[in-house]
Design a protein around this ligand. Structure first.
Ligand SMILES: [Zn+2]
Length: 454
């Protein structure tokens, strides 16, 4: 084994759709997986991870880390009478406008800490807090994006910063002061700011673009952003069809539905991921499939906000891959998102094993786990780094699983306490359920919470 190579030997290792014993994983100094080995000499040299199963790191492809600040603070009825996504959004704006740059860092660090503890090794951060609360640009227009990247770097989680374009409240709508921090009126400014961030981020993060939605970004602006990102081969993420009102607004402005609009203008493609994509027609699903695009479902957030259930069965039929995101971060537990993708359809259709493909025992768990890992990595263009997590096979939630049922035990029943170690680029960021900066990160977050809520 070269000196620069590290190896790990768990009881069981998940690869190619099954768990195997007697296999060690090796990573080079560059943090990339170099090989798997069954050679006795390699097994002796590898670090023994006893009582552990090792799995590839989870990918949350869609997060707004700052929204961790409102967790637990919006679970009540407001004076609106009928509460919805839209009343929640006002509460979210109110808090977003009270966060200083240091608060943005502290809240992001808390969210990323919880991600690390839950086995998430890569986050796609859909970042739209750009300016000071009254909309004035900071001297460095990427100040807040850089604080968020710094927070991920400090926790050790890999980050893809999806820099968000947001131009307006909506078609023919008066500006909403709650959105002043998000707005960049000109596409030229957005693109030069994004390019500046991309240069700065080298070695720290990768950068993608996120035209917020067809509501918030006019078509011409949208086209400029997609043209730039396509030339640079950057991921393109967009909220789409989360709520029915968005569809009506798009029909009023353009005469077509959001996904159809993008299809007509050639804006869908393999770099494109539609976030939520709940209220879609079969034709729109077909457009995403033809373009080789993906969908990102965020089931824990979608149920929390009353958005609806992603028609994952229809996407499956058309061959559109689905990844997962923790989105509002009301919960950070990507395995819960994976099982909810299936459970929401069970509740709707009064059936079981809706997303299973044939009768192979572990294929349902495998396909949900692919959504939580490989599809998310593809959506964010994350590479083949040695990012992985371990579970304790004696954890009460999964104890008694056999090698050929362990993935179903993990996907359907494991809580976060079963997750013990998290590695990014071959480096342990969580060991035995603890992160080295956990106490400090939590205390700093508590200080922000006291400021916001007392
Ligand atoms: Zn979102």
């Amino acid at each position: 084994m070269p000196e620069t190579e590290n190896g790990w030997l768990p009881d069981l290792l998940y690869r190619d759709g099954k768990f195997e014993s007697g296999v060690a994983l090796f990573a080079g100094a560059n943090g990339r997986t170099t090989r798997f080995s069954r050679e006795p000499e390699d097994l002796r040299k590898a670090e023994r991870l006893s009582g552990r199963a090792l799995l590839p790191g989870l990918v949350s492809a869609h997060s707004h880390s700052f929204q961790r600040a409102i967790r637990g603070r919006t679970e009540r009825r407001t004076a609106a009478g009928r509460d919805s996504f839209w009343t929640w959004r006002e509460a979210m704006y109110h808090t977003a406008n009270r966060l200083s740059p240091d608060d943005v860092y502290a809240v992001a660090r808390m969210a990323f800490l919880e991600m690390a503890l839950s086995g998430i090794t890569t986050v796609g951060e859909f970042h739209y807090l750009h300016h000071s609360p009254d909309g004035t640009r900071y001297e460095d227009p990427n100040l807040l994006a850089k604080y968020v990247v710094q927070a991920a770097n400090d926790v050790g989680v890999r980050i893809v910063l999806l820099r968000t374009a947001y131009a307006r409240a909506g078609w023919q709508m008066a500006p909403n002061p709650g959105q002043a921090r998000f707005i960049t009126p000109s596409a030229d400014t957005f693109l030069s700011d994004t390019e500046e961030l991309r240069q700065w981020a080298k070695g720290r993060a990768s950068v993608g673009v996120a035209p917020h939605s067809v509501r918030a970004v006019p078509l011409e602006y949208f086209m400029r952003v997609v043209e730039y990102a396509t030339a640079q081969r950057m991921p393109i993420h967009m909220h789409a069809a989360e709520q029915p009102a968005e569809i009506d607004a798009c029909l009023n402005e353009h005469g077509v539905r959001p996904i159809e609009l993008l299809q007509r203008h050639g804006l869908l493609g393999p770099l494109f991921t539609a976030i939520h994509a709940i209220h879609v027609t079969e034709e729109e699903i077909g457009f995403l499939a033809q373009a080789g695009a993906r969908v990102c479902a965020c089931p824990t957030t979608e149920r929390n906000l009353g958005d609806g259930a992603v028609p994952a069965d229809k996407y499956r039929e058309h061959g559109v891959p689905i990844c997962l995101g923790s989105d509002s971060n009301v919960q950070i537990d990507l395995l819960e998102d994976a099982r909810e993708l299936e459970y929401h359809l069970r509740m709707k259709k009064l059936e079981r094993a809706v997303l299973a493909c044939g009768t192979e025992p572990e294929n349902l768990a495998h396909s949900l786990f692919e959504s939580a890992t490989r599809v998310g990595a593809a959506s964010l263009q994350a590479g083949h780094e040695a990012d992985f997590f371990t579970v304790d096979s004696n954890d009460p939630a999964i104890a008694g699983a056999s090698e050929d049922s362990l993935l179903s035990h993990i996907v359907f029943s494991a809580g976060r306490s079963a997750i013990r170690d998290t590695y990014v680029a071959g480096k342990a960021i969580v060991q035995d359920g603890r992160h080295a900066q956990q106490a400090e990160i939590t205390e700093e977050f508590r200080t922000v919470q006291r400021k916001l809520w007392s």
